[in-house]
Design a protein around this ligand. Structure first.
Ligand SMILES: [Zn+2]
Length: 312
């Protein structure tokens, strides 16, 4: 019995590590890097990973969504091995970001599920961790809240699954010889659809927003009046492929205000576009609708809309 036994689906069954609705209130930004070389690929051969990424990133659309205190959940029953809390929630690569070398996981914890299986949860909200070393947890127990601590540029929980210390991709526990093979063996107890791209945030503003405000979730105007200097539609997306078109449309009581197709020049983990029109006289008061679409290979694969009332 000296040979490591293969990982089999059924060895452990995992539930979602986050209390949200995938494809609606949260999404998967990155999967485990399935490519052993110094390039990357997710388990479908897609681009939702980066070189050496060891976990799955379950993300919230914008930083503002942290205010909902989204719960991080134990993916399986087990015993807490270690926790860390007390690190600030601060987006890396922004002004004043703390040095997180050696503590890249941020606030987080590790659960031992027995038989060599462990799960690790990272980047949780400061002060939110509600379990302690030695606690026995049921599956689905709240561990704390999604945050922005450690080495992260967007709000998410980074889940690492390990067996005997070795990283396992829960979407593809048996490493495929070539990526893109059909994966029927998965550790998830319910099937999780692979979403290669999607719109995270669509809105209307009085000018072209800063990308930082878009990522923060604060770019959307709360109110707009008929003397707004511009009316602008913006869209924020993940998983862009070179050649994808983002179609931005803004219409009001008198019909089209602005329309623009923007073609993505290369793959991008996240990106945003905006277009609009300057006012020449007061805008007609009433309801304005922003509609943004992602078009890939001539097919509309995602649509998101937002409405605002322009007041006299
Ligand atoms: Zn990650």
């Amino acid at each position: 019995m000296s040979l490591a036994s293969p990982v089999l689906a059924g060895d452990i069954s995992l539930g979602l590590p986050i209390d949200c609705e995938l494809g609606n209130t949260c999404y998967i930004q990155n999967y485990v890097d399935a490519d052993p070389s110094d390039t990357m690929a997710d388990f479908t051969c897609g681009a939702l990973s980066y070189d050496g990424h060891k976990g799955t990133d379950f993300a919230l659309p914008t930083v503002k969504d942290l205010e909902s205190n989204v719960h991080v959940l134990a993916s399986a029953a087990g015993t807490v091995m270690a926790t860390r809390d007390g690190m600030t929630d601060h987006r890396q690569r922004t002004a004043g970001a703390p040095d997180v070398s050696g503590v890249e996981c941020g606030n987080g914890l590790v659960i031992d599920h027995g038989e060599g299986w462990t799960t690790q949860y990272c980047h949780m909200m400061q002060g939110s961790i509600r379990v302690q070393k030695g606690d026995h947890l049921d599956r689905g127990t709240s561990l704390g809240h999604v945050g922005l601590s450690g080495m992260t540029e967007f709000p998410h929980v980074h889940l690492v699954v390990r067996k005997d210390g070795k990283v396992i991709d829960p979407f593809s526990p048996e490493p495929a010889t070539t990526c893109g093979e059909t994966h029927t063996d998965t550790l998830w107890d319910i099937p999780i659809a692979y979403q290669s791209t999607g719109l995270l945030y669509v809105g209307i503003a009085s000018g072209i927003p800063d990308y930082d405000d878009v990522k923060a979730g604060t770019a959307q105007a709360e109110t707009l009046s008929i003397d707004s200097p511009n009316l602008v539609v913006f869209g924020f997306a993940f998983g862009g492929h070179g050649g994808d078109i983002m179609r931005l449309m803004l219409s009001g009581p008198n019909g089209t205000v602005a329309n623009r197709d923007v073609t993505l020049d290369k793959n991008k983990a996240q990106y945003f576009n905006a277009t609009g029109r300057k006012s020449s006289m007061d805008w007609p008061a009433g309801t304005y609708t922003a509609k943004v679409q992602i078009i890939r290979d001539s097919e509309i694969i995602e649509t998101k809309a937002h409405q605002i009332t322009v007041t006299p």
